[in-house]
Design a protein around this ligand. Structure first.
Ligand SMILES: [Zn+2]
Length: 394
């Protein structure tokens, strides 16, 4: 039941079916049929201040931008006015994005609804609050491609996060970090930008501003796990790394268009999680491993935040070599049939196995469930189906 006050308010806002149906008609236009910011097809809200359609998650970030000033309403609301409808009709997603994204640099990765919340939140802040991508605005700091600052880094052995100074330098093509500061103190490590990739991984690191930096160290894949104190700083580091990488790729491949370079600029952690993995010999045991598929690398670790993997496998293309993923045990080569029953993590009954064959070896894995196995097999098959890019061949 309504109180008297609420009753008066409800009575003063009669449902206006005409306005609601006009909003629905505007939403059906192709340019408004997806969320203006993350491209989700689940459009549920409008910003009556900007004149755009949004999904529920992006609507929340818009509400946080300027409380009280950015009016965000569900598309089913009874509170629309003629002025709201006129603004949405005049602006809409297409015109809004042509203004707010006009100067978006190619090195800035446009997140989508699948990305971590921190990326979406910062994308919306950069776009509407800081107006970073609008005509006439000052260049954002990451376009300097040189950056100095502090990140909390997880120790390789003691596993404690400690604050460390990091320096990204476009001239030397390096990212360095220091455990001690002072004149003539060398960096603890100097990472070549050629081999660096960064991934925003809050859940894995257990911090909303968590990032994994992966690079080549003496022929092995090494990971650093860091977090920053603010989400804006995290995205600034992430964008700086890719701004510097893209600049060097443009120098290395002068005939390749920047749009083409950007297609492979940001690698993805395609899939990661716990699996059981069998050793290489017929009677080897199965061991629990954290397995991570990054682009064409299948890495397996003792623990999810280890610096180095126990092993890594290049997953090529079926067009360029003998690569296979099956759920049937191959009759060729060594494979494992006898499974030990000494690990409680999985029900080791021989179910949910899958096999990855490379020209060098057959790898045997066991997933926790049929669903998990299907996800792994589908992810690996998608990689094998893809031809190698010119960069992967080089
Ligand atoms: Zn959205």
């Amino acid at each position: 039941m309504y109180s008297n006050e609420e009753k008066t308010e409800v009575q003063s806002r009669p449902t206006n079916p005409t306005l609601i149906s006009r909003i629905q008609d505007l939403k059906k236009l192709p340019e408004n049929n997806n969320c203006s910011d993350c491209k989700s097809k689940y459009v549920t809200h409008v910003s009556c201040s900007i004149g755009i359609f949004l999904c529920a998650q992006c609507a929340k970030f818009h509400e946080q931008l300027k409380p009280g000033l950015n009016r965000v309403m569900p598309i089913t609301s009874n509170d629309f006015t003629e002025l709201d409808i006129k603004l949405i009709q005049d602006i809409g997603n297409k015109i809004s994005n042509s203004t707010y994204e006009r100067k978006m640099p190619p090195c800035y990765r446009r997140p989508t609804y699948n990305d971590p919340i921190v990326m979406m939140e910062q994308w919306i802040c950069a776009k509407y609050e800081r107006k970073e991508f609008m005509e006439g605005m000052p260049l954002p700091d990451y376009l300097a491609r040189t950056k100095e600052g502090y990140l909390w880094k997880r120790g390789k052995d003691n596993k404690q996060f400690k604050i460390r100074k990091f320096i990204l330098c476009k001239q030397t093509k390096t990212l360095k970090y220091f455990t001690k500061e002072g004149a003539n103190i060398p960096p603890k490590a100097e990472l070549s930008l050629d081999t660096i990739d960064a991934f925003i991984v809050p859940e894995k690191i257990g911090h909303s501003n968590g990032m994994q930096i992966v690079y080549e160290s003496k022929g092995f894949t090494r990971s650093l796990y860091v977090y920053s104190e603010t989400s804006e700083e995290l995205i600034s580091w992430y964008a700086s790394i890719y701004a510097a990488k893209l600049q060097w790729q443009q120098i290395a491949f002068p005939c390749t268009r920047v749009e083409e370079l950007c297609l492979d600029l940001w690698p993805q952690i395609v899939k990661e999680g716990w699996l059981m993995k069998c050793g290489p010999r017929r009677n080897d045991n199965f061991y629990k491993r954290w397995v991570c598929l990054v682009n064409r690398k299948l890495l397996y670790y003792l623990d999810s935040l280890d610096a180095f993997p126990k092993g890594e496998v290049f997953i090529g293309s079926k067009h360029s070599g003998c690569y296979e993923v099956t759920i049937e045990e191959s009759t060729e080569g060594d494979s494992c049939k006898v499974l030990p029953r000494n690990d409680s993590a999985f029900s080791l009954d021989g179910g949910f196995m899958f096999f990855v064959r490379t020209p060098q070896r057959l790898f045997t894995f066991q997933a926790e469930s049929a669903e998990s196995r299907k996800e792994w097999v589908d992810a690996l098959l998608a990689v094998i189906e893809k031809p190698l890019t010119p960069f992967e061949q080089s």
